[in-house]
Design a binder for this molecule. Structure first.
Ligand code: BG6
Length: 486
């Protein structure tokens, strides 16, 4: 590190993602002393701005996780001095050449100057910007790494085209495809939970697990972001990527080692063992107005009469020895009653009926369930049957409960912090390999095309509700009850 410097260039520097996530994450890493001593941040975007204006723009977003106000303010000042801005177009080399010259001025002090680009820009300029950055602003003395974030196309074909386009300018080991869900604490913990605990691993199969539910719920709608959202819909926005990635980690076989390639080999394998989603496996919903809360179609950025789903429930299956017949049910929606994301693992009934008459009328209520709450209030708990204390013999379900806040009393790092640090360190474990991305698209492309071709209408659900009834019917068809509604 002492022989190298690091430049981080954020393309699309005035966008929402950059302001809300990227600059704050870079600042946190700086604050924690995790960036090389010689580093600089460059914002790049079309609009004209001076360095001072750029610093003003990002100041309000920089916060310190630890409670040390004075130190924080001081660190912010030092950080801002290393922040610069370059205006320029995405689709012409000129701006990138100018950027490269400016980067060079700051880098001159070190023999090895590494450059990292974060692309937070719209899909229509994605390829040209990457090409220009790679061809005109790549590092001459150190590594160049480019972080790209979805949308990676809209289906298998467009994703492959994008992949080919990127490959003309960058080697695969220079490309870091982010799925920010992989940077979340509880997702990274998934493999630890599974592979380092003797009590879980033996149960992790169709023999003991009845179904797995991956639930994503947001209590806000598109709120002005409809222009982007409407072209993708909830399946492409969160299910085909974030939720499917969770299943891949959940269901893969034990990797040979913790190396990025070993882990990703297993993820690709399990994705390729999954049944391609069919229209009958999908229920779509769209939120409508309720009282003062606007419906999806009331969002001015949404095209009139749009059929884009803001909710979907999907049943997936893995056709392999371990998981044959176990439903993996996804449920994801916007404008629902609460914001949370969780994994629910429902176990089979205990054979025999020793306690059946002590357990109440509903045998399902006595099944074990492991819940991994990804956010908020991160937690892992296991529902077990327990004797109600006292002289009688009555059973009830209770929890073995690990609540992160109580147990660890630390604020968890944001996903982008972890992921950006991994890029600095060249660690690809949490990034999506090209074949993995294609395998994920192959599972969803036929159904997405079919739903669009048939103009299938989503079921309407009121803003703030628990989503359309269809989700229950879908679950019931597979003999499942949604655990979050119990
Ligand atoms: C993004 C989606 O990838 O993830 C958004 O595009 C969604 O629509 C967001 O709101 C959710 O991320 P998080 O980390 O807030 O759960």
């Amino acid at each position: 590190w002492t022989a190298s410097s690091l430049s981080v260039v954020v393309l699309g520097a005035s966008g929402d993602l950059a302001k809300k996530k990227i600059f704050p994450a870079l600042f946190s890493l700086y604050y924690e002393g995790l960036l090389p001593e010689n580093f600089q941040v460059f914002g790049y975007a079309r609009s004209k701005m001076t360095d001072a204006e750029f610093r003003d723009m990002i100041t309000s977003t920089l916060t310190c996780r630890v409670n040390a106000r004075e130190r924080c303010a001081e660190a912010q000042e030092r950080f801002l001095k290393r922040c610069f801005y370059q205006a320029g177009p995405y689709d012409e080399p000129g701006g990138f050449q100018a950027l490269s010259t400016r980067l060079g001025e700051q880098e001159a002090v070190k023999p090895r100057a590494n450059r990292m680009f974060f692309l937070s820009i719209p899909p229509n300029v994605f390829l040209s910007a990457t090409g220009n950055a790679a061809d005109h602003a790549r590092s001459k003395s150190g590594w160049t790494r480019v972080i790209v974030e979805k949308p990676f196309g809209r289906d298998s074909a467009s994703s492959a085209e994008l992949g080919r386009g990127l490959a003309q300018h960058l080697a695969e080991d220079e490309i870091y495809r982010i799925d920010h869900y992989l940077g979340k604490e509880l997702i990274e913990n998934l493999t630890v939970l599974r592979f380092s605990n003797r009590v879980f691993e033996p149960l992790w199969s169709r023999q003991y697990i009845r179904n797995v539910q991956i639930i994503f719920s947001e209590n806000f709608g598109t709120e002005g972001r409809g222009g982007y959202f409407d072209q993708y819909g909830i399946i492409r926005d969160v299910i085909q990527n974030h939720l499917l990635q969770i299943v891949a980690l959940f269901a893969m076989e034990q990797p040979v080692s913790l190396d990025a390639e070993d882990i990703r080999n297993e993820k690709v394998k399990v994705l390729r063992s999954m049944k391609v989603v069919a229209p009958e496996d999908v229920v779509m919903g769209q939120y409508r107005a309720r009282g003062k809360l606007p419906g999806y179609l009331d969002d001015k950025t949404v095209p009139e009469g749009s059929l884009t789903p803001t909710f979907a429930a999907i049943a997936m299956f893995i056709n392999n020895h371990r998981w044959d017949g176990v439903p993996f049910l996804f449920k994801a929606g916007k404008a629902l009653h609460k914001r949370y994301a969780e994994i629910r693992v429902q176990f089979r009934h205990v054979p025999g009926n020793l306690y059946r008459d002590k357990q109440g009328a509903d045998p399902d209520a006595a099944c074990n369930e492991l819940v991994i709450r990804i956010q908020p209030k991160e937690a892992i708990y296991l529902k077990i049957n327990n004797k109600v204390p006292g002289l009688g013999l009555r059973l009830e379900q209770t929890r073995l409960d690990l609540q992160y806040q109580q147990q660890y009393q630390v604020e968890l790092p944001d996903a982008y912090e972890r992921l950006l640090l991994d890029v600095v360190n060249g660690d690809k474990r949490l990034f999506i390999r090209y074949d993995e991305l294609q395998a994920a698209w192959d599972l969803y492309t036929p159904v997405l095309h079919e739903l669009e071709r048939s103009q299938a209408a989503p079921e309407l659900y009121p803003y703030g509700s628990r989503g359309p009834l269809g989700a229950h019917y879908l679950a019931a068809r597979h003999n499942v009850r949604w655990g979050d509604l119990a």
